[in-house]
Design a protein around this ligand. Structure first.
Ligand code: ATP
Length: 349
């Protein structure tokens, strides 16, 4: 069942089209991530869904009810939508109990029971209730912000980069905790992030945004493995893009003849490989059948991986590309290598 539908949504700020025709369908109970570079319109989109801003065109329908279109706008507090912002936006002068209870209208005992239940849901010790936000860590503050947003039992939760202020380890742990809470409560969630890994790990639907539009909407695996174009591919992770001549499901490329994921296409095109499909081995001259050969022109050791640039063939002007490879072998600039490819290349159509 579809809970939220955005149709041809537009928002203009002066000459900037912050949203330039957004269409999205969100299934009840699902997790959608909207990912894109800074300034592409992510926060604007969330603000329109929350009701903090009105669209200039298009329509927002939530649970069968029009929340906003060109002629009407349901106020934010009447939408039944929760929001957790980047820095949590807790009231600094209130205790954790008061922050979570803010806006909860019930008699004291009912309210306290609900606050205790929410603290338990987000995995926080009730001893923290008397503290002020600045006496909690960043991750704990985000959990309080989530508890506050959950207090009114929203059917849709909007998360605006809620993990971005946290350091790497805490970020993953807090994301997991928040995901588990929302899943257990069956709350449909829309996450906005500029972090591709976060979007792919969090969501079951990913919308890749660019300049006010969605370049692609699909499952994490689909957008990662079958991006619509080279820019989307590069935004979602490392990608090796090669020119190729394609026929009968085979691509003749600088890396040799590779199977492609599109058997119908014939002609010139561009194909993509993800780095996990590629192996780079020192060329000991014994077996050239395992892949294309090339030369390392630059290498930077980064611990578990090394960032290498490889030039294919023996022509100094030959095709070159860079990728991260496991730092298993002690490779150096000037080494000859064999490049193997596993699986099919993706063809951009
Ligand atoms: N109130 C405003 N007035 C004028 N321009 C605005 C306003 N809000 C946003 N914009 C512009 O609209 C575009 C989209 O902004 P938005 O904040 O939605 O992007 P974003 O993807 O959330 O970026 P970030 O990841 O940096 O937060 C940007 O070009 C921004 O400068």
């Amino acid at each position: 069942m579809t809970l939220l539908t955005l149709t041809s949504l537009r928002k203009q700020y002066g000459s900037v089209a912050a949203l330039d025709g957004i269409d999205l369908s969100v299934t009840a109970g699902s997790r959608t991530a909207i990912v894109g570079p800074s300034g592409c319109g992510k926060t604007t989109l969330l603000r329109l869904v929350a009701g903090f801003d009105a669209p200039d065109g298009g329509r927002i329908v939530f649970d069968g009810r029009t929340l906003a279109d060109s002629s009407s706008q349901v106020p934010a507090h009447k939408r039944g939508i929760g929001i957790v912002a980047q820095d949590g936006c807790l009231f600094p002068h209130l205790t954790i109990r008061q922050n979570i209870g803010f806006g909860l209208e019930a008699e004291a005992s009912v309210k306290n029971a609900r606050i205790a239940e929410l603290m338990d849901m987000v995995g926080l010790d009730p001893a923290m209730l008397a503290r002020k936000p600045d006496q909690l860590s960043g991750g704990q503050q985000q959990r309080v912000a989530l508890a506050r947003a959950l207090a009114r039992k929203p059917r849709l939760m909007l998360l605006d980069e809620p993990f971005s202020a946290l350091d790497t380890g805490l970020r993953a742990a807090t994301r997991k905790a928040v995901t588990d809470v929302l899943t257990a409560a069956g709350i449909t969630t829309l996450l906005v992030t500029h972090d591709q890994g976060e979007a792919l790990a969090f969501a079951d639907q990913v919308a890749v945004m660019r300049a006010g539009r969605f370049a692609q909407v699909g499952s994490p695996r689909e957008v990662y493995s079958r991006p619509v174009d080279a820019a989307t591919a590069a935004f979602l992770g490392e990608a090796i893009v090669l020119p190729a001549d394609i026929a009968d499901g085979q691509a003749k490329s600088p890396l040799g003849v590779l199977p492609v994921d599109d058997v119908a296409y014939r002609g010139k095109g561009e194909i993509m490989l993800r780095p996990e499909q590629v192996t780079v081995m020192q060329d000991n001259g014994s077996d050239s059948s395992k892949g294309a050969s090339g030369t390392i022109t630059d290498i930077n050791f980064c611990g578990p991986t090394s960032d290498v640039r490889i030039r294919l063939g023996s022509d100094p002007q030959g095709f070159s590309f860079r990728l991260d490879i496991p730092s298993r072998e002690a490779l150096a600039a000037g080494d000859r290598v064999t490049i193997g490819v596993a699986g099919a290349a993706h063809l951009f159509r």
